[in-house]
Structure formats: C-alpha cells, structure tokens
Design a protein around this ligand. Structure first.
Ligand code: SF4
Length: 358
C-alpha cells in the first residue's frame, strides 16, 4: 500500500508526478493534442513557483529537441531565433541586441560549439546560417503552488504571492494543490485566496486529483502589473501599495526563458542539489511509477534544503560502492543521477538517450 507523503517536499514530487501523468485535471479544457513538460522550483528573481506545467505543441516540442536538452539562454535565443536560412553577416541579420555586439559574437561561438548554428568566416566577417528554425513550442505556462496542509496562516502567506502572480500574468494559470481531505467542501475553499487561482485537491498516495475551484485564464499576452510593495494592513500603516507596469514583450521573453529552463531541468533534477554521494542517500520506490529520495540516516524522505553540503550527518559513500553495480535502493550517487537523467530524457520527445557509458 502506498503511504501518505510526510513532507511538503515529498508532496511536491508527487504533485509533479501526478501532473506528468494526468495533466490537465478532469473538466479542464485543453486540446487533445498537447504535450506536457513538468518542472519544479522555477520562476523569476522575485517569484519562484513550486511546480510548472508547460503545455506544448507536440510537433514543435519534438523539433525543439534539435537544439539539445540544455536550455538556450536569452543570448542564444537571440541568435538562433533570428539566424537566416542563407549565409549572411551576423550584424546584417540579427536585430541590435541592446548591448555590445561582442556579446553576440560570444553567443554565436557558443551556438556553433553546441552544433545548433552554422558559422563561417568571410574575410574577417563572421557569417551565420541557421540549422533549423527555432520552433514555437510553448503554448501555455501553468504555475502550481503545493501546500499539502493549507491552514489559515499558510493561506495568508500564499494569498499575497498568488495576488502577485495574478497581477503580473506571467503564467496563463495559477493553482494551489492541497491534500484532499474527503470533506464535502474542501477547506481550502474557505481560505482567503484570489478567486483567479484554481484549487486542486490532490490525493498524493493514489495520485488522483479533483478540481475544487476552476482557475481563470490570466492575460499572459497583455501588459502586467508588478506589485512592488504593499501596506502590511496594520492599524498604523497608511502607506499606499506600489506598482509598476510590465511590458508584454518583457513577459514573452521571460516566459520563454522560464520554459527553456523547465525543458532542461524537468522536476527530477532535485538530485543535482542534493547529496546522492552520501552513504545515507537512497532512492526509494514510492509506488510502481516513482522513486523519491530517502535518507537512511534520518529514516525519512529528506528535503532538498537539508540534504546539502551543510548536513551534519553527511558521510561520503565508501569508494568500493562506486565500482559495483548497485540496485536502485541504496545505490551509489552516480547511478542515481544516471537513472533520473535517463527518465528526464525519455520525457523530451526527440532527445537522444544518454550514452550508456556515462
Ligand atoms: S545524511 Fe544528510 S546529506 Fe546524507 S542523505 Fe541524509 S540528509 Fe542527505
């Protein structure tokens, strides 16, 4: 029998797995023909979302794989999105980037090294030609906040973050995923959350979910409003909230940058910030479809934050482990990383499998 996740982190991993298998929730409109990419802990400098679901055009997503599993940063995107079909001097065809051209040259060389752009010298001029058009693969961004136990104080903290999301409209939809209670009316509905945010009641052990409240589609293509500061609401606080307007072009660039990072990282990348090289680190089968990290020293699923270099119980795995073919439970760190990397690749149509020698 599958057990209930103990921590918010484990709940988050279950929510990611549920989204990967089931998105969209029953009753939500979507095209039949949508591919899904799931990632976690991504966003902007000011706002990081727990889970991100990208709804993608399947054919375009497959063509995105031509550019490799690694993300394209904004400099690379500037080059590959504007590279011409025929050879041309780069300054004649790329729009002025708004920063010195030497950075564009550096991005051209990086793109060439990655094999995603053709370059040649004509005298001392660099000419470029695209290998493939960069596809329009991203359709929608859905942001999900995971709060398994949504009490009033958690709802207050979350409410202002969701108000920020709704005003910005960087995602097309925002949701709160909370643990299903089985009550006739989910308690989360009584909390003070913005009405634009959807509420998903997730049963993490069975990986099933019901929609308790449907979200509204946000104006992702329209100007947004960034909330800079707001009064704390105390009786002595008469200050005004501060806002600034956000340009749709900035939002479009930011959305694509987030999508590129999500494409690269997926949600299994938690292991990159943890210590799979610790003797206590294990990947344990949560059920037939998912393995989650487990700390043998603590006797539970550890959070990504505690499983770090600063952990007082860290003990390096014995060197002998690295030479043997250990099974998934209690195996050495490298093998854990390879397994998760391979699962991530399998979820990116068109991306080549990792070499078995790695
Ligand atoms: S002992 Fe610390 S570093 Fe080692 S697996 Fe557990 S939480 Fe991670």
């Amino acid at each position: 029998m599958t057990r209930d996740p103990e921590s918010e982190f484990e709940f988050e991993l279950r929510a990611c797995r549920w989204a990967e298998l089931e998105w969209p929730p029953a009753g939500e409109p979507t095209s039949d023909d949508t591919a899904i990419v799931v990632a976690r802990q991504l966003g902007t400098k000011r706002r990081r979302w727990d889970t991100i679901v990208l709804e993608c055009d399947p054919e375009a997503l497959r063509r995105r794989a031509n550019f490799g599993l690694e993300r394209l940063d904004s400099d690379l995107l500037h080059v590959v999105r504007n590279a011409p079909a025929e050879w041309a001097y780069y300054r004649d065809v790329l729009p002025h980037p708004g920063y010195p051209w030497r950075y564009v040259r550096e991005a051209i060389h990086r793109a060439d090294d990655r094999g995603i752009l053709e370059t040649r010298k004509n005298g001392n001029r660099i000419e470029i030609r695209r290998k493939w058009p960069y596809p329009d693969w991203l359709e929608r961004i859905v942001a999900i906040e995971n709060k398994p136990d949504l009490d009033a104080s958690a709802a207050r903290a979350l409410g202002s973050q969701l108000e920020y999301d709704v005003a910005m409209g960087l995602a097309d939809e925002v949701w709160v995923a909370t643990r299903q209670t089985g009550d006739r009316v989910e308690p989360a509905l009584f909390e003070d959350l913005p009405v634009e945010a959807g509420i998903l009641a997730l049963e993490p052990a069975a990986l099933t979910a019901d929609v308790a409240w449907h979200p509204r589609t946000l104006g992702a293509d329209e100007p947004g409003t960034r909330i800079l500061d707001r009064p704390d609401g105390g009786t002595r606080d008469s200050s005004a909230a501060q806002f600034e307007s956000v340009d749709p072009d900035w939002k479009a660039d930011k959305r694509l940058a987030i999508a590129e990072r999500a494409y690269e990282r997926g949600w299994r990348s938690f292991v990159e910030t943890m210590r799979p090289d610790c003797r206590g680190f294990e990947l344990r089968a949560r059920d037939a479809s998912q393995a989650v990290p487990y700390c043998a020293a603590k006797g539970r699923c550890q959070t990504a934050a505690e499983c770090a270099g600063s952990c007082g119980e860290f003990e390096p795995e014995p060197p002998a482990w690295r030479t043997r073919g250990w099974p998934i439970e209690g195996g050495p760190g490298k093998r854990v990383q390879r397994i998760l990397e391979e699962r991530r690749r399998r979820r990116r149509p068109g991306v080549k499998r990792a070499s078995s020698s790695r």
